[in-house]
Design a protein around this ligand. Structure first.
Ligand SMILES: [Zn+2]
Length: 71
């Protein structure tokens, strides 16, 4: 598990660690515990919800797949 992976294909909120790249939860609007899962191309830390979201994002990163995406 690496926290230094660059995550591509995120929208602005996700790239700034303000939204979950997996489920799209906006951390500015909802209180959800999140954990860092990597970094965006801007160098900001990307966070995902603790649990299933973080696991899914990490799995996708390890598999070399794009995570999230512009909506
Ligand atoms: Zn989530």
């Amino acid at each position: 598990m690496s926290r230094n992976k660059i995550i591509y294909g995120l929208n602005d909120l996700q790239a700034d660690g303000l939204a979950c790249p997996q489920c799209g939860a906006n951390y500015l609007q909802v209180m959800i515990a999140s954990v860092p899962v990597g970094h965006s191309v801007t160098g900001s830390q990307v966070h995902a919800c603790v649990g299933q979201c973080a696991e899914s994002v990490r799995a996708a990163i390890e598999a070399g797949h794009r995570v999230g995406g512009a909506r």
